[in-house]
Write a protein that binds this ligand. Structure first.
Ligand code: TEU
Ligand code: CA
Length: 535
């Protein structure tokens, strides 16, 4: 099949926070439909929709209780079909989130499994405890033990995420059959593929104790196992290859060589993966322990992945990460310049770019002041652990403030109306008060806005085979300046990015194709947070 997804620009929607159409404070599918013209106008041609399936929302839809139904808060199956059709009419394809490492504990499979139903018991991992404790020493992604004791049978079940997200057991072949059916169900409705949630940890080779390590004890038993590769090849062969679609895997803790095994063109598994290494350059070991953002470290990692993989899924934001302008840019004095410069980085790398809702207008981290504003289950778990460890209150809050996933989950800022025009009711999570300054309505007709810059870059990229298909070569990885070259059939473009509030000298010449400053030719200088493409 042709690799149309290599020419795509993807826009991620987190439905809960995008647009509320009926005043209940929760974003929904009719809300998304009402904004399709906006998305079309941006120039993207694929939407990745975070989960809209039926879910008790312990982890905002990443805990699914029915894979074939829509969460009533978001609308109906008819709404979903209308969304696929309306998007299609605008030349936009939709990929859905495929969350198959775990289900909700309210999924009928788990309900029956928990009751000991012989057909369903083995859909999940049930084990006896050891010495009054859990069956092994594994720890989970949201902190604490990865096991939960069930009082009905006295046995424990495995959950790498929240305790309402029990892990599916892929040693049972019936589980994979169920997954294949679910995938076909949605592909038959006309979706163009899947973003596959934590897809490189779904197969647990054994349930032995993990080596002693600081975080995620046990990971060596389930990270990118051979059984996992086998599952991916089966899904490709038996399901995905029959459709014109693509997959992007969310793959945690991967190195470039592990990633190549998951998405190399010759492997027959995934089409591309989201790696995490560039997102880990401002942390020690776990994301909760931040260290200063050093651009050079970041450039090195990006460069490494660009060179080591033929094709990357490039992103600076998603629903799990703080906002990029607050994290890698300057959301104060150089807010506009740095948001635009980050846009240039994202849209000039080799690979498929993913823009997260609100990124295109430079949305920033939240301005919350206490835990009362926080909704995320992960943040609450971590806060509780920090309390148990007697961390002082100011410190606990500082961890949450800088790192919480809710930074990305505040409502999309549409206009200067109450709650940024997201809802007429009261929102499930508060809007950032800066919606009066940062919103779509103000940026839409301003040719110098962050939004207009995104549109310009997307257009430039669509028109430029060099940007879409060219090779990547780093020319300078400086402390604050990153320069690289893209080349295709002898045509070359250079991208120069200044991650600093100071003007820098630069010995490079050329006509400026686009810059976040107005200029015609490069004059030996690169301005604060400037990004330029020269040709
Ligand atoms: O995320 C998996 C993941 O490893 C992390 O990004 C996670 O969000 C957390 O930050 C670890 O500290 C995926 C989804 O993107 C996330 O929203 C879900 O909560 C998670 O899987 C479970 O389905
Ligand atoms: Ca709603």
């Amino acid at each position: 099949m042709d690799r149309w997804w290599q020419d795509a620009v993807v826009y991620q929607i987190y439905p809960r926070s995008f647009k509320d159409s009926n005043g209940d404070g929760i974003g929904d599918i009719p809300g998304i439909i009402s904004k399709l013209d906006y998305i079309k106008d941006l120039g993207v041609n694929v939407i990745w929709l975070s989960p809209v399936y039926k879910s008790p929302n312990d982890d905002n839809g990443y805990d699914i209780s029915d894979y074939r139904d829509i969460n009533p808060e978001f609308g109906t199956m008819e709404d979903m079909e209308r969304l696929i059709a309306e998007a299609g009419r605008r030349g936009i394809r939709i990929i859905m989130d495929l969350v198959i490492n775990h289900t909700s504990d309210e999924h009928p499979w788990f309900v029956k499994s928990r009751q000991g139903h012989p057909e369903y018991r083995d859909y999940y991992y049930w084990r006896k405890g050891k010495n009054g404790g859990p069956p092994n020493n594994w720890t989970g992604f949201f902190g604490g033990s990865a096991w939960e004791k069930d009082e009905q049978t006295g046995e424990w079940y495995l959950h790498l995420f929240s305790k309402k997200q029990p892990d599916l057991n892929y040693h049972n072949p019936r589980v994979l059959e169920e997954v294949k059916d679910i995938m076909r169900f949605w592909l038959d409705k006309g979706i163009a593929g899947f973003r596959c949630d934590v897809i490189n940890i779904i197969y647990k080779t054994s349930l032995e104790d993990g080596k002693s390590r600081l975080i995620l004890k046990g990971i060596e038993h389930y990270l990118s196992q051979e059984g996992n590769h086998k599952i991916l090849r089966t899904l490709r062969e038996e399901v995905l290859s029959k459709y014109d679609c693509f997959t992007v895997g969310e793959t945690v803790f991967v190195t470039p060589s592990m990633a190549r095994d998951l998405c190399g063109a010759d492997r027959g598994e995934l089409d591309m993966v989201f790696s995490f290494e560039h997102m880990e350059t401002d942390q020690f070991i776990v994301k909760w322990f931040k260290r200063r953002f050093r651009p050079k470290r970041f450039f090195r990692v990006i460069s490494k992945w660009q060179r080591e993989l033929d094709w990357n899924a490039n992103y600076l934001e998603n629903h799990d990460q703080p906002r990029s302008v607050s994290r890698f840019g300057d959301d104060g004095r150089f807010w506009e310049k740095s948001a635009k410069m980050l846009a240039m980085l994202l849209l000039t790398l080799r690979g498929t770019p993913y823009i997260y809702q609100g990124q295109e207008i430079g949305m920033t981290n939240f301005d919350f002041v206490s835990m009362q504003d926080i909704r995320d289950v992960e943040s609450h778990n971590i806060y509780k652990i920090a309390c148990d460890l007697h961390f002082p209150k100011w410190f606990r809050w500082s961890l949450i403030k800088r790192t919480s996933r809710d930074n990305a989950r505040t409502p999309m800022q549409w206009d200067t109306g109450e709650h940024g025009g997201f809802t007429d009711g009261s929102p499930w999570i508060n809007a950032n008060h800066n919606y009066t300054r940062i919103n779509v309505a103000d940026q839409k007709n301003d040719p110098n806005s962050v939004l207009s810059f995104y549109k310009d870059l997307i257009r430039l990229r669509s028109a430029s085979p060099v940007l879409r298909k060219g090779t990547f070569k780093p020319l300078k990885i400086g402390r604050k300046v990153f320069i690289y070259e893209r080349e295709y059939l002898g045509r070359k473009l250079k991208v120069i990015l200044n991650f600093s509030p100071r003007t820098r000298k630069i010995d490079m010449q050329g006509n400026v194709l686009i810059s976040n400053y107005k200029r015609g030719v490069l004059d030996g200088k690169i301005y604060p947070w400037e990004g330029v493409i020269i040709g």
